[in-house]
Design a protein around this ligand. Structure first.
Ligand code: NAD
Ligand code: GLY
Length: 365
């Protein structure tokens, strides 16, 4: 079993272990660390969405029941539209009605929407209780599983209300990707490609991105790839290294926002019909082409990015106008005063944070 440890010296959170193994949902309760961390827990609330509930909740509940835990399963309608205050209150209420106490714990079983929502519920219910993440989309495995960002959307914008709340543990079973629709797998590949484009900012940076090398192999990565667990591990490590150095997103962690200012605007303009991964792909593509045009990025960087996005069936442009995208991005939380911090690619694997007047963003778009 692959085991990666993330430590957070700046917050009071304990180390978080990320376990990756095929079939793990059926036997995660046998992991010694799980037994140790949750020895005082009586009841787990498995928060999930309807799709994932149908597919995997029973498997997780059976594992927990066999290990002697009680289980309740609050679930909600799948999709970004549910990541809101109404679902948040509904889940909080269900926890209270099921008498979940401070010595109990939450399991977030699902994609990024479940992880963000259940994580925010865990951060706030009874002023915070422990939670375990069980990501079931590629995006949640490679991205939301690390770093403790939890959030809901409000009408003014995406992820504008939330908290940092580190999971106690992450249980990642790549077998669950076998039921994931192809377009959702592609969404996860957008974040994988993002990590490859920023990887070399690590201090132990190599001259080329190792992940980029994996992505350039002739056979595309799929849910059946022999190297899938290696790809997930590589992504988790890239993100873990960044987040450990900047847990609260005041510096280097903002590199993970590559493509996200435009991406969030595109998601919002489409009323969330364009998925997060696709929107990020569009955002990375627009900002990279613009950086090349301005002579601020090696042209080969745009070529590599475009090829990878096409290889994984991800979009590279949108019909929304630059003005529309600009206006929709004004509520972005990366904005401070009259400035916004943008992630600008320089060469394959290397991006930089650039603080620019908000007005300049229109020109970039
Ligand atoms: P999602 O959670 O909506 O899942 C996509 C769809 O796949 C849903 O319909 C879901 O029911 C279904 N599904 C999930 N697992 C499945 C499985 N194994 N088999 C079949 N169907 C399955 O979307 P997502 O792309 O996973 O996550 C997007 C969200 O993640 C966005 O809200 C984004 O803001 C958030 N996000 C958070 C972080 C973070 O660090 N917290 C990072 C990246 C993205
Ligand atoms: N997904 C970006 C971050 O966790 O910072």
């Amino acid at each position: 079993m692959k085991t990666i440890t993330a430590g957070f010296p700046w917050s009071s959170a304990d180390n978080c272990e990320i376990f990756i193994e095929r079939g793990l949902l059926a036997h995660f309760t046998q992991i010694a660390e799980f037994r140790k961390k949750f020895s005082g827990v009586k009841k787990f609330a498995i928060i999930t969405d309807e799709n994932v509930c149908r597919l995997y909740a029973e498997r997780v509940a059976n594992s927990l029941n066999e290990a002697g835990f009680d289980v309740v399963i609050p679930y909600f309608t799948p999709g970004e539209q549910s990541k809101n205050i109404d679902t948040f209150f509904m889940l909080q209420n269900q926890l209270a009605e099921n008498e979940i106490t401070r010595s109990d714990a939450i399991i977030a079983l699902g994609g990024g929407v479940v992880v963000d929502l259940a994580g925010f519920v865990a951060a706030t219910y009874l002023r915070g209780i422990p939670f375990v993440q069980m990501p079931t989309t590629l995006l949640a495995m490679v991205d939301s599983s690390v770093g403790g960002k939890t959030a809901i959307d409000i009408p003014a914008g995406k992820n504008l209300v939330g908290a940092f709340h580190q999971p106690a543990m992450v249980v990642c079973d790549p077998d669950t990707l076998g039921t994931l629709p192809a377009e959702n797998f592609a969404d996860g590949m957008a974040e994988v490609i993002k990590h490859a484009m920023i990887e070399c900012r690590r201090p132990e940076a190599r001259t080329t991105s190792a992940l980029l090398h994996m992505l350039n192999s002739e056979i595309p990565i799929s849910e059946n790839s022999g190297i899938l667990a290696d790809v997930i591990e590589a992504n988790v490590k890239i993100k873990r290294d960044i987040v450990q150095r900047d847990e609260f997103d005041t510096g280097e962690r903002q590199l993970l926002n590559f493509g996200h200012t435009i991406g969030h605007a595109v998601e919002k303009l489409s009323s969330f019909k364009i998925s997060h991964g696709s929107a990020v792909a569009i955002g990375m593509s627009i900002i990279t082409k613009s950086a090349v045009q301005k002579g601020q990025c090696a042209p080969e960087c745009a070529e590599i990015l475009e090829n990878l996005l096409q290889k994984y069936n991800l979009p590279t442009h949108t019909d929304f106008s630059p003005q529309e995208i600009f206006e929709a991005s004004l509520s972005d939380k990366k904005r401070t005063g009259g400035f916004i911090i943008e992630v600008i690619p320089r060469s394959p694997g290397v991006c930089e944070l650039v603080k620019m007047p908000v007005g300049d963003l229109l020109d970039w778009i």
